[in-house]
Ligand binder design. Structure first.
Ligand code: NAD
Length: 270
């Protein structure tokens, strides 16, 4: 293993217990959302509705999903365009019939100064209000035994400098998860949040590169330092975060609801 990259995980065998299930996955053109889509398809899901603003990335993932034997419907839409989000989701869900799984993974991690209202609005609009809008459009289609997983962050429980918007959005997602879990419990629908720490995705690579640029440092060196601050001495793989989501949406997790599950290599120890 070199100093920067984790050993390759490869594709492990999937539990295969989602046979026939249908799912909506946001943020599925890249990073954790893409891996979630692949885990669901490998686990036997029948049809995935993939939503992301990155049309090109979405088509690539839709093809990967189809190659795994599932059907895929790609919705290339920006979460901030609420009317289109609702209209496209409703049309896709009508033709799907019933929905079993919703995973909200789309998000942005833009830094902001404490008085930067534009970034505050944009980050909350995508991370928090976007999740609400997608979930609201899916609710009437969610079947008994359904599953919702919201991808929050370890910054849903902590603060970080220059990140008031991101922290507020991710704290908000945890509160939303708990409240929604109670509202949907009588329909036998579980709602949980996953809180990743440093996870090796395009988002993290962009963030590290931007920070390195700003201080004139080497981004590979910054990544090495990041790994050293994590007890397991490595980043979380996007696939590992997706596997946790895969467990939460399976039949085996039917008694878990209103919870926040951290996956961070021991970083927060909370
Ligand atoms: P990523 O940037 O690799 O993927 C995010 C996806 O969301 C992208 O495909 C992007 O196109 C999509 N997206 C962003 N804004 C959108 C919008 N307005 N409309 C539609 N789609 C949009 O990031 P990731 O690391 O995979 O992050 C996934 C989730 O995990 C995010 O909610 C993020 O906050 C969370 N998270 C990531 C980390 C990490 O270290 N990578 C840590 C904690 C939490």
């Amino acid at each position: 293993m070199n100093d920067i990259d984790n050993p390759p995980l490869g594709r492990r065998s999937a539990p295969g217990d989602l046979a026939g299930r249908t799912a909506v996955v946001t943020g599925s053109a890249g990073g954790i959302g893409r891996e979630v889509a692949l885990v669901l398809a490998e686990s036997g899901a029948a049809h995935l509705v993939l939503l992301d603003r990155d049309a090109h990335g979405l088509e690539t993932v839709a093809k990967e999903v189809r190659d795994l034997g599932a059907q895929a419907t790609a919705l290339a839409v920006d979460l901030r365009d609420r009317d289109r989000v609702r209209a496209e989701l409703r049309a896709a869900l009508r033709s799907l019939g019933r929905l079993d799984i919703l995973v909200n993974s789309a998000g942005v991690a833009d830094e902001n100064a404490p008085d930067d209202e534009d970034t505050w609005q944009r980050v909350l609009d995508i991370n928090l209000h976007g999740t609400f809008a997608v979930t609201a459009a899916c609710l009437e289609h969610l079947a008994a035994g359904g599953r919702i997983v919201n991808v929050s962050s370890i910054l849903g429980k902590a603060g970080k400098m220059r990140n008031t918007a991101y922290c507020a959005s991710k704290h908000g997602l945890i509160g939303y998860t708990k409240g929604l879990a109670l509202d949907l419990a009588s329909r036998d629908i579980t709602v949980n949040a996953v809180l990743p720490g440093w996870t090796d995705t395009p988002m993290l690579r962009r963030e590290i590169a931007a920070q390195a640029d700003e201080i004139g440092a080497d981004s590979e060196r910054m990544l090495r330092q990041a790994r050293k601050s994590i007890p397991l001495r490595r980043l979380v793989e996007a696939r590992e975060a997706a596997d946790l989501v895969g467990f939460l949406v399976s039949d085996r997790a039917g008694a878990i609801t209103a919870q926040s599950l951290t996956i961070d290599g021991g970083y927060t120890r909370g």
